[in-house]
Write a new protein. Structure first.
Length: 168
């Protein structure tokens, strides 16, 4: 079938070209429009984050917060918890034995992966990149984490385990 130069190309063929070269062509104007919309969306998102942080600042952890009974966490075991009313940070409570308890943020300081206490190793492990922390101090033992785990002070009172912000 030969093309007749006098025939007009139908509108649908102009809108939906059949040749691959024409179908993937993006004009400079379309590309500039895309970049403008993308830049605008990023600016709006960044502004929203700044406004949220200024309008609703994080409240510091104040006072003591009951977590569980001492009998709920066996020797050498850990217990995951969140503190009601605070920002939703998961914490890890560890019973090291002989009245020695520790509580840490459960997010690794490397890439915020969830850490877990490994009683068999006697360490807190980040399974994502094999980082290890000291369960008594939260200090980094091995791996990529750059900082120790943030720690809460643990208080034992009348068989209850309570936590409060670590005094700096």
């Amino acid at each position: 079938m030969s093309k007749n130069p006098n025939q007009e190309i139908p509108k649908w063929k102009q809108d939906f070209p059949l040749e691959q070269k024409e179908a993937t062509h993006v004009s400079r104007r379309e590309f500039a429009k895309f970049l403008t919309l993308l830049s605008g969306a990023l600016a709006v998102g960044s502004t929203a984050i700044v406004v949220k942080s200024l309008a609703f600042p994080d409240q510091p952890l104040v006072g003591e917060h009951p977590i569980c009974l001492e009998s709920d966490v066996p020797l050498g075991e850990s217990y995951m918890f969140e503190i009601e009313g605070s920002k939703t940070i998961p914490y890890l409570l560890i019973n090291l034995g002989e009245g020695e308890w520790r509580a840490f943020e459960q997010k690794c300081t490397h890439l915020s992966c969830a850490v877990k206490y490994r009683h068999d190793l006697g360490q807190i492990e980040c399974p994502c990149h094999k980082g290890y922390f000291n369960p008594r101090t939260g200090d980094v033992i091995q791996g990529p984490p750059p900082r120790p785990l943030p720690q809460l002070e643990v208080v034992l009172r009348d068989g209850m385990v309570l936590v409060k912000a670590q005094q700096v």
